[in-house]
Design a protein around this ligand. Structure first.
Ligand SMILES: Nc1nc2c(c(=O)[nH]1)N[C@H]1C(S)=C(S)[C@@H](COP(=O)(O)O)O[C@H]1N2
Ligand SMILES: [Mo]
Length: 221
């Protein structure tokens, strides 16, 4: 092996390693945006230390061709572009994500209240359930009342940076006080319905209520 090859390998390893160290150190830069690590006196978990947990790994969604389809029990079914979503009124809050497996992290989430989307499409009175469908075939649902009463947001930023692909770009539901499996990532469609729905993990026995601290599984049969 020639010296130049060794040098190339050495510099590659060095670059990879330093990238890792700087993210752990909290200077994570994503898409030219620098991550925030505290907000309103609260310590946030660096993105590099947040766990990823997805049935089919990271989904890569193209910003230009992306559309959020909103349909079902709505007056005006509509496909939103990424810009149409980010131009709606913006809300930020610090919320913990708790996976049923026992790990959690704290982040600052920025996005649009789902109520703003409901206003845009004219959510019907008789809609009780909201179903979220993701690009990886994942799905989950929540009660419409829960979403409205808690000002639940669809986040397009976390810790002040645009959601990186592994974090759910373009949208992750910030289902506060609900287990992680309600926090759909890579959302491509929202359907309003008048009947209960069991998503990917709920269909496999996980509790459809999913309150943090409550039972993870549901007795069935
Ligand atoms: N599209 C999609 N969303 C998903 C999942 C998934 O597999 N696919 N997993 C869920 C589970 S079980 C958890 S705990 C959280 C983890 O969120 P995070 O990867 O952003 O930390 O994502 C949830 N959202
Ligand atoms: Mo999870």
């Amino acid at each position: 092996m020639k010296l130049i090859h060794l040098l190339l390998i050495f510099s590659f390893v060095l670059t990879a390693f330093s990238g890792c160290v700087s993210e752990r150190g909290g200077t994570g830069v994503y898409d030219n945006q620098t991550e925030t690590l505290s907000y309103q006196g609260e310590q946030l978990t660096p993105i590099a230390q947040q766990r990823n947990n997805a049935i089919k790994g990271t989904q890569y969604i193209d910003r230009e061709s992306y559309r959020l389809q909103v349909d079902g029990l709505v007056e005006n079914p509509r496909n939103f572009t990424y810009e149409e979503i980010t131009e709606l009124p913006q809300t930020s809050k610090v919320v913990d994500l708790n996976c049923v497996e026992g790990w959690s992290f704290t982040a600052k989430w920025t996005g649009v209240k789902i109520d703003e989307i409901f206003e845009e499409v004219g959510a019907m009175e008789n809609a009780t359930t909201v179903i979220f469908y993701s690009a990886d075939g994942y799905s989950t649902s929540l009660d419409k009342d829960y979403l409205l009463e808690n000002d639940i947001i669809l986040a397009y930023k976390l810790n002040d940076v645009t959601l990186p692909p592994e974090r759910g770009f373009p949208l992750q539901l910030v289902a506060e006080d609900k287990y992680g499996y309600k926090w759909a990532k890579w959302i491509i469609r929202i359907e309003l319905s008048d009947s209960p729905y069991r998503g990917y993990w709920e269909e496999r026995g996980y509790n459809n209520i999913a309150n943090v601290g409550g039972p993870a599984f549901e007795r069935r049969g």
